[in-house]
Design a protein around this ligand. Structure first.
Ligand code: GAL
Length: 479
């Protein structure tokens, strides 16, 4: 069972196209019936990555262990017992990998800093070699004409802090503040675009409720404490960047999925409402000063036990942009015996007619990104949206030096068409970042699902730009 499927369960305890040769000579799916220029001159195109998924060099140059290093080194936690010790070896190959971003005519390279490369124990002693590494990465972006967009936290909590309770311990707010302060003071003169957290719903629920991600805890009672502490870090992080980086563009990112009823029967509506709270509202409402949506999901009422005086206001921060990350939708049905949610998600493979499904078991549902853009846009305080992740894993094969990933080209074309539709209807979406630059360590699924625009041979570290990468190169050349 993969992560998104797991989140969906946790909440309980298009094809057939014609082909034509393209300018690059590879089989291109029909269309697109839009151009990059349709998105506007200032629209930003990019690729997103995360430190733990690409860097490797897990214990090199003074880096300390993160919860993901520990978790992946335990047998049976990751598919095929894979780990990210070497991964794409971005630590040594960053310059040529950033070169690939430019070769695909992308404007932005989104990456995260590894907390334990900089503060090996999470707090205290600073590792200069770790700080130097990100200077090199940022300088390489700037030299190659690519904008660096930095995420402060993409799931790799220092193991030393997990040993002290991790996200369940309110002290994490101070620990994170120390790290965020150091990183933004260090790179603030060169980096202007910042994201505080990556998908807090994913790392709290799958790490602390389901135990399928690091640190592997199944602790429903304490899960809500991790939500509160992550929400405090989310807003505090914004304030720290505001203080340290003049004119910073500050955002944070959220997973989101449109929640829909299996059919029009009234009994499914309440279920959908509860799924919607957990998948979408729980993290995006507190920064807007709306508090936690406890009235629509009683199971999270216990969060009030962790609130201290002043927290309500402290949860709010006026982000410059909201990072929207969308992959699929959730179709839910009522089921009275299921605790809390009183409902279950329907597996895409059981839907009739059976939809197109990715390697992760997720339904390809391009309209979902349109619905979520409109959904975010309904909030008064969300002024600007960047799609900070969207993409898909499909089985890829290198044949004569090419990867004809037509399904992925179709996926991007269809999702982008829906982004444009929302934009044309007035949603202020100003950027779109593909997940991901290159095939990498896909968390508990290891190296099997390939999400990259660039294929990586993990034996030789050879990179091959897939047809989808060439498709973007051609699309973005005409701007
Ligand atoms: C996101 C996550 C990424 C990547 C992607 C594909 O939720 O932020 O790190 O794993 O999903 O599964």
């Amino acid at each position: 069972m993969n992560r998104r499927e797991a989140i969906r369960r946790s909440l309980i305890s298009g094809a057939g196209l014609a082909f034509a040769p393209s300018a690059s000579g590879f089989p291109l799916a029909a269309g697109p019936d839009f151009s990059a220029a349709d998105f506007g001159e200032d629209f930003l195109w990019g690729v997103a990555t995360a430190a733990h998924q690409i860097e490797g060099a897990w214990n090199e140059d003074g880096k300390g262990p993160s919860i993901w290093d520990t978790f992946a080194h335990k047998r049976g936690k990751i598919a095929n017992n894979d780990n990210a010790d070497v991964s794409c070896d971005f630590y040594h190959r960053y310059a040529s990998d950033i070169g690939l971003v430019g070769q695909m005519n992308m404007d932005v390279f989104r990456f995260s800093t590894a907390w334990t490369r900089i503060l090996p124990n999470g707090t205290g002693t600073i590792n200069r070699k770790g700080l130097d590494f990100y200077h090199r990465v940022i300088d390489s972006c700037l030299e190659q004409g690519v904008q660096p967009w930095v995420t402060l936290y993409h799931w790799d909590l220092p193991q030393a802090l997990e040993d002290r309770g991790g996200w369940q311990n309110r002290d994490v707010v101070g620990w994170f503040g120390e790290y965020a302060d150091l990183v933004t003071r260090t790179y603030g003169d060169k980096v202007k675009h910042w994201m505080v957290l990556n998908e807090p719903m994913a790392f709290t629920a799958v790490g602390y409720l389901l135990g399928m991600h690091a640190p592997g805890k199944r602790w429903p009672r304490n899960f809500v404490s991790t939500v509160h502490h992550a929400s405090l870090c989310q807003a505090d992080g914004g304030r720290i960047i505001r203080t340290n980086v003049p004119e910073a563009d500050i955002g944070t990112t959220f997973s989101c999925s449109s929640a829909e009823p299996v059919n029009q029967r009234h009994r499914h509506d309440e279920v959908v409402k509860r799924f919607d709270v957990l998948l979408n509202r729980l993290y995006i409402e507190p920064p807007q000063g709306l508090g936690y949506p406890t009235e629509d999901l009683p199971m999270i009422r216990r969060i009030e036990n962790y609130m201290q005086p002043g927290d309500e206001e402290r949860l709010a921060f006026d982000f410059d942009f909201y990072g929207l990350q969308n992959y699929t939708r959730v179709v839910a049905r009522g089921n009275g015996i299921v605790p809390f949610l009183k409902g279950i998600p329907v597996k895409p493979a059981r839907m009739r007619p059976e939809p197109e499904i990715t390697e992760m078991g997720w339904e390809v549902h391009p309209q979902g990104i349109y619905k979520m853009l409109k959904y975010f846009d309904r909030y008064n305080k969300i002024d600007r949206i960047i799609v900070t992740e969207n993409g898909a894993a499909f089985p890829d094969r290198v044949e004569n030096g090419r990867v004809h990933d037509t399904q992925r080209v179709n996926f991007y074309r269809d999702y982008l068409r829906q982004v444009l539709r929302a934009k044309r209807e007035g949603v202020n979406v100003q950027g779109y970042f593909c997940w991901t630059l290159m095939d990498n360590f896909e968390w508990a699924e290891g190296y099997h699902p390939r999400f990259g625009l660039v294929h990586v041979d993990f034996e030789t570290q050879k990179r091959t730009i897939k047809d989808s990468g060439l498709w973007f190169r051609d699309l973005l050349a005409k701007r």
